[in-house]
Design a protein around this ligand. Structure first.
Ligand SMILES: Nc1nc2c(c(=O)[nH]1)N[C@H]1C(S)=C(S)[C@@H](COP(=O)(O)O)O[C@H]1N2
Ligand SMILES: [Mo]
Length: 523
């Protein structure tokens, strides 16, 4: 290749990247008007999340945790960067090919946005406007590089066009400046919805009619290295499919209860909900994607409206009482659906539409303004965040979001336990060592926790005072550690008398099983 050709390809690649940046930035700006869900980055990312096979998703949650979405976004940017470079290089000699490449890119964004669960046709605008802006930028830049375009027959000779260095620099700087400013402004506008933030700031949660009472002093053993009994909101795990956290305006939020067997459909707003008698309860929530020993569990003090009362008011009867619906499908503003058994919701437990979490209105990431909670069920079959619709139907008629992705339709929490201290591979001093952690079997309650060292006898650990059957329970055990490498295991038994199985099972389809263990070295 001649140096001219190399220069051409390099400048072409740069032009492609700049055109992509202009295109994305313009799209972000338009999305700030149309709605953040219409941003092509968000729409393509969301589509990628929904299309990801369950094993890969599970692997990503396990390895990247809450950063899984950041990793996905970086992946999308990397693919885009390669594509943009190729399109830019092609555009130097075939400008229309470049434009076609940008158009294809815009079409992908537009289709992804319109086909999202909550997509409407106007969601195509940001991508389309972005494509036009990107194509114009590429046309201008490629024209300054100075090669032939498709109008001239492609020949073996080097093109004669001259490189307009000054023109290229000016166009490139303008493109870079525009994308930086528009991109930052657009993303920021899309990330914060001022009205939603104001509506949350204005919330004054009424005092609950039925309070939870103080957490028993003995429930929190306060052993260094163990988790606190109540998980502070900023430390509470987060699992959802949302690339940008939905910011819902409580002032315009509505919830509808309708469907099979509903004799009186209900619809109400946030203030209507707050005027109802509220209950306050400690409930431990955990994720079906939690590996044995994993972090996706937290315990909070929630305030909410009893869900059973609302359903009864709507005329809903349990299947065992002849009701025609056995599944309650909760739908969130981002279109995700979660299905819970009607029988469970109505069986007397404290299923609720939660509005408060640890003394404040729900944080946006945890579902403001209203989320559902059903003690004893994994989050994906009960804990719908950003709730907007409750539909009574049957399991036979409807598969919720994760059920279509090979998770079980019904998933009660499995009796489990975890060692929080010592940490895996800790090196310890010989002598008495506190071993501690948590055990949980929401709504059944934890009866016993046992620990064993190096596969020996199971020894009774000391359970902390129980708060309620719906919360996790701390435990501790003083281990007389001798020098060497040791293997510590834990298992729990729930109040139904069932001891946690040692058989290892992965998280799919209905939650992991097996005993958590850590290996430590004692000196
Ligand atoms: N709208 C919506 N609600 C959702 C989810 C989601 O992806 N979207 N994820 C569910 C899952 S899998 C879990 S474990 C819990 C997690 O709640 P948290 O993020 O408040 O801890 O929310 C549930 N509710
Ligand atoms: Mo989950």
């Amino acid at each position: 290749m001649t140096t001219n050709r190399v220069r051409e390809l390099l400048l072409g690649a740069v032009s492609g990247e700049l055109a992509a940046a202009v295109s994305l930035a313009a799209a972000e700006l338009v999305a700030a008007v149309v709605g953040p869900q219409a941003s092509p980055v968000t729409a393509v990312g969301g589509t990628a999340i929904d299309a990801t096979p369950v094993q890969v998703k599970d692997w990503a949650i396990r390895n990247f945790g809450t950063e899984d979405k950041l990793v996905l976004q970086l992946g999308i940017v990397a693919v885009l960067a390669v594509f943009a470079a190729v399109v830019g290089m092609a555009a130097v000699r075939h400008r229309w090919l470049g434009v076609a490449g940008v158009a294809l890119f815009g079409a992908v964004g537009a289709v992804a946005a319109v086909r999202r669960p909550v997509g409407v046709w106007t969601d195509a605008f940001p991508s389309l406007v972005g494509a036009v802006a990107g194509a114009a930028a590429l046309w201008l830049l490629a024209g300054r590089i100075g090669a032939t375009d498709t109008a001239e027959p492609a020949g073996p000779a080097e093109p004669a066009g001259a490189f307009d260095r000054r023109g290229f620099l000016i166009a490139a700087s303008a493109a870079a400046a525009f994308s930086a400013v528009a991109g930052v402004v657009g993303r920021r506008l899309n990330a914060t919805n001022a009205a939603a933030v104001a509506s949350r700031n204005a919330v004054r949660l009424p005092a609950p009619l039925s309070v939870a009472g103080r957490v028993p002093a003995g429930a929190d053993l306060r052993i260094p290295g163990a988790q606190p009994f109540t998980t502070p909101n900023p430390a509470f795990y987060r699992v959802d499919t949302a690339l940008t956290v939905p910011q819902v305006n409580a002032a315009t939020w509505r919830l509808r209860i309708h469907g099979r067997g509903v004799t009186k459909p209900l619809e109400f707003g946030y203030q209507d909900l707050l005027r109802r008698p509220l209950i306050e309860r400690d409930i431990t929530l955990n994720c079906v994607s939690n590996e044995v020993g994993g972090p996706y569990i937290g315990n909070a003090r929630w305030i909410g409206v009893p869900l059973a009362g609302l359903l009864r008011e709507a005329g809903v009867r349990a299947p065992s009482a002849g009701g025609p619906a056995d599944q309650l499908v909760a739908r969130s503003v981002d279109g995700i659906t979660l299905g819970s058994p009607v029988e469970t919701v109505l069986d007397g437990r404290d299923a609720m539409l939660a509005v408060g979490m640890n003394g404040e209105p729900l944080p946006f990431v945890h579902g403001f303004p209203v989320r559902m909670l059903v003690p004893g069920l994994y989050g994906y079959v009960s804990a719908c965040k950003w709730l907007t619709d409750l539909e009574l139907t049957t399991f036979a008629d409807f598969d919720a979001y994760w059920v279509r992705r090979s998770w079980s339709a019904q998933a009660p929490v499995k009796t489990s336990s975890r060692i929080d201290t010592p940490r895996p591979f800790a090196s310890l001093k010989a002598g008495p060592v506190p071993v501690a952690g948590v055990a949980w079997a929401q709504h059944r309650g934890i009866d016993r926790i046992e620990v064993r060292i190096d596969g020996g006898e199971w020894l009774a650990a000391r359970p902390a005072t129980e708060d309620t059957a719906d919360t996790w329970r701390q435990w501790s055990h003083v281990w007389d550690a001798r020098p060497g490498s040791h293997h510590i295991e834990v298992r729990a038994t729930d109040r139904a008398g069932r001891t946690q199985t040692g058989d290892r099972q992965g998280t799919v389809p209905d939650g992991s099983t097996g005993w958590h263990s850590v290996v430590v070295t004692v000196e």
